[in-house]
Design a protein around this ligand. Structure first.
Ligand code: FES
Length: 188
């Protein structure tokens, strides 16, 4: 009798353990896409524009393409973000020494798109009124203005590179950063 009870108890324990394993594995599989961020934190190196297509001193908003992940579906060649690029050197500077400013166009306050300000040389975010100088730094608080953004615009790594045909390109490393923080922390 004792042996029979033990066998019943043992088989129930094995059955329960197997059931829990299946449930845990299934729920991890199902919830995996929810934990992925669509544009992702992965830095993306990309040739974003031909150098000679950029006017000197005029910020240009350029799209960044990459693979977008929605649930289990990966869609290549999607616009995953935008960058503000300004060519700072004119054509008297050798291409490889051209100075540029490159900023992620996502607002560090809460991720809305940053736009070129009309009334100044800087940038503005219309969601909550953040303002940035043309060098990407925060406009300081004033009597009737409190800047909602906790930090300046996020600068991105970049270089001017030549392709095999001799064309010069602006190559950037696109990266998203956590919003709402004073510190600049790359998204994982
Ligand atoms: S998201 Fe830009 S000011 Fe709030």
């Amino acid at each position: 009798m004792l042996r029979r009870n033990f066998l019943i108890w043992f088989s129930r324990a094995v059955y329960t353990a197997c059931g829990l394993t299946v449930v845990a594995t299934t729920s991890r599989f199902l919830s995996a896409p929810m934990s992925r961020t669509a544009p992702g934190g992965e830095p993306i190196k990309q040739r974003i524009a031909r150098l000679n297509s950029l006017p000197v001193g005029v910020p240009k908003l350029l799209p960044v393409e990459g693979t977008q992940t929605n649930a289990w579906i990966q869609e290549p060649a999607q616009v995953i973000g935008n960058v503000w690029v300004t060519r700072l050197s004119d054509s008297s500077t050798p291409p490889e020494k051209t100075q540029l400013s490159v900023f992620n166009a996502s607002c560090p306050h809460n991720g809305c798109p940053i736009q070129k300000a009309i009334e100044s040389e800087g940038y503005v975010c219309h969601c909550h009124g953040a303002r940035f100088k043309k060098d990407g730094n925060l406009e300081p608080n004033a009597e009737e203005f409190t800047n909602p953004s906790p930090r300046g615009m996020d600068p991105l790594e970049h270089a001017v590179v030549q392709d095999p045909t001799g064309q010069w390109w602006v190559e950037i490393v696109y990266q998203s950063f956590e919003a709402g923080l004073t510190e600049r922390i790359a998204k994982a």
